[in-house]
Design a binder for this molecule. Structure first.
Ligand SMILES: Cc1cc2nc3c(=O)[nH]c(=O)nc-3n(C[C@H](O)[C@H](O)[C@H](O)COP(=O)(O)OP(=O)(O)OC[C@H]3O[C@@H](n4cnc5c(N)ncnc54)[C@H](O)[C@@H]3O)c2cc1C
Length: 505
């Protein structure tokens, strides 16, 4: 009898402890999930915005391009003539994930390129010809049928090819230059209606200006992209003190020719802020079956709740870090194809709550100054009480192709994701933080990334991109009547050399 009571009491204690351990995280995640209905308001007619929800802009018209090449060309040439006659600027838009009004020109025309999304793989050269409106979410399933994969892209699939080329994106592909390095040629429609093929051998200057040129030189119609084999990858990860990240990276990625994808995640919990790091990498295990499944990532609601639950909440941040550490441990050795890994949608973590938004920053820091920048972040970010949700780390090799390169030697990108309110005060705070981070990056020979908020001062932009005035001069040479504009251009256009006055302001 006594023994039975002891067993029952012990069981009760175990159940209580388990409940104690589980109740708080479970109720935290459940509450987060319950509050995750979209409360975003529709924009009034005549207004447009980008993914930041911070750039509400009056536009005269939003025009979608035709899907058929000949029809699109006729339509776009007509549009160029009309815009010129009416003195209307044209801002080109893909998936609109840039955050500084790069796809918006006040009182102008927004050109939606997404319908222009044809795809053709040359199975001899393995070069893909793709309409600039295609999303990676279109490209990956297409290439998957042929056993091929995208060579360089962002870490998610929601972006358009035209937008990706125009920001010169990069992602989890280690020890590679940005996407420009995988481009064989592009076809560009200029302001005067001519279509030019640009490559490293033909119209090379325009090639270098359009890639990473933020839609200011002309409309990219289509691109020829090098592809790589779709392979089977096994997942690995190393947890380490953040100060040793580069040693870990050298050991597990640089000296390991089997690595196909890699990225790091810094610990952003208040108690161990940027002290720990997780290096995630994928090793090649051989060819993937052609046309194999591109299965959606599972447990979407749970993963989203874990991420959202870390907003403005120290406990939620710790819970997320612990759960991600535990979950990734169970994944070690599991195999995925390259296409499965690269086919993830950012819907998993994008904000749906009115009155707040998430903004990205990215700083490219030379390898030799990696740890000094990490320590600078440890000092600066907490001082601003900013809600930093995530820092992902990726390296990029030098970019020899574009006019405005951000990788001029090997750099590590610190991709930072902040939550902020949509209020003038929050904007001002974020601007101050951004300017301080840009200063810190510049002192360490680093550069900030251009597709995000336009918080940099003129001097900061010129310090980071000393070739910007010359870029603006050449923009006006190719587009003398200033047809292609956006808010980014309008903010910094006065940095063009003085003799080169804009035709239209
Ligand atoms: C959640 C999120 C994750 C991101 N992750 C990454 C990442 O991993 N790596 C990275 O490098 N960047 C990343 N970015 C940054 C960047 O904003 C995107 O890479 C970029 O926006 C990609 O494509 P898009 O179709 O959204 O471009 P848009 O925002 O639509 O356009 C970007 C620029 O390209 C121009 N453009 C678009 N189409 C054309 C065309 N056909 N011809 C000429 N110009 C054109 C536009 O005028 C604009 O200046 C991310 C952004 C977000 C919001």
């Amino acid at each position: 009898m006594k023994r039975k009571q002891v067993i029952l009491a012990s069981l009760l204690v175990v159940v209580c402890v388990l409940l104690g351990v589980l109740i708080r995280p479970a109720s935290h995640l459940w509450k987060t999930h319950r509050h995750d209905a979209s409360t975003l308001a529709r924009l009034p007619r005549g207004q447009a915005d980008d993914i930041s929800h911070l750039n509400k802009t009056p536009v005269r018209a939003e025009i979608a391009v035709a899907a058929d090449t000949a029809a699109a060309l006729r339509q776009l040439r007509e549009l160029l003539r009309y815009a010129d006659q009416q003195h209307l600027p044209i801002a080109i838009a893909g998936a609109k994930h840039s955050m500084g009004g790069h796809t918006l020109a006040p009182d102008g025309i927004r050109l939606n390129m997404l319908p222009f999304r044809h795809l053709h793989l040359d199975t001899t050269t393995q070069v893909l010809t793709v309409g600039s409106g295609a999303l990676w979410a279109d490209v990956i399933p297409y290439l998957n049928r042929y056993g091929r994969a995208v060579a360089t892209m962002q870490s998610d699939n929601a972006f358009s090819v035209g937008g990706s080329l125009s920001v010169n994106c990069h992602g989890w592909q280690p020890n590679q230059p940005p996407i420009a390095g995988s481009v064989e040629a592009i076809r560009v429609l200029l302001a005067d209606g001519r279509v030019l093929t640009c490559s490293r051998r033909q119209n090379q200057q325009l090639f270098s200006l359009v890639l990473g040129g933020y839609g200011l030189l002309g409309i990219i119609l289509e691109a020829q992209l090098r592809t790589v084999p779709n392979e089977q990858y096994s997942y690995h990860r190393v947890y380490a003190p953040a100060a040793t990240y580069l040693e870990q990276y050298a050991k597990h990625v640089d000296r390991n020719p089997r690595v196909g994808l890699a990225y790091g995640r810094l610990n952003v919990t208040p108690d161990n802020f940027l002290e720990g790091v997780m290096l995630n990498y994928f090793e090649r295990e051989g060819p993937a079956p052609r046309g194999g499944s591109l299965q959606e990532p599972g447990l979407t609601d749970l993963k989203r709740a874990i991420f959202l639950g870390s907003k403005r909440d120290g406990y939620g941040k710790q819970l997320r870090w612990n759960m991600e550490r535990t979950f990734t441990r169970t994944q070690v050795g599991n195999e995925f194809t390259r296409n499965q890994i690269m086919n993830e949608s950012p819907a998993l973590y994008l904000n749906r709550t009115a009155g707040q938004t998430d903004v990205l920053h990215e700083y490219f820091i030379p390898r030799r100054n990696f740890d000094a920048f990490r320590r600078a972040l440890q000092r600066i970010v907490p001082r601003h009480q900013a809600d930093l949700l995530n820092i992902t780390l990726r390296n990029v090799y030098p970019d020899k192709d574009t006019f405005l390169p951000y990788a001029r030697e090997e750099v590590f990108g610190f991709v930072m994701f902040f939550n902020q309110d949509i209020t003038p005060q929050a904007e001002q705070d974020m601007q101050q933080l951004t300017q301080e981070l840009i200063e810190a990056a510049t002192r360490l020979d680093g550069v900030y990334y251009l597709p995000y908020r336009l918080h940099a001062t003129d001097t900061q932009l010129e310090n980071a991109y000393p070739m910007m005035p010359e870029f603006l001069r050449l923009k006006r040479q190719y587009d003398p009547r200033g047809l292609f504009q956006n808010t980014f251009y309008q903010q910094y256009q006065h940095l063009a050399p003085a003799a080169n006055v804009a035709a239209r302001n």
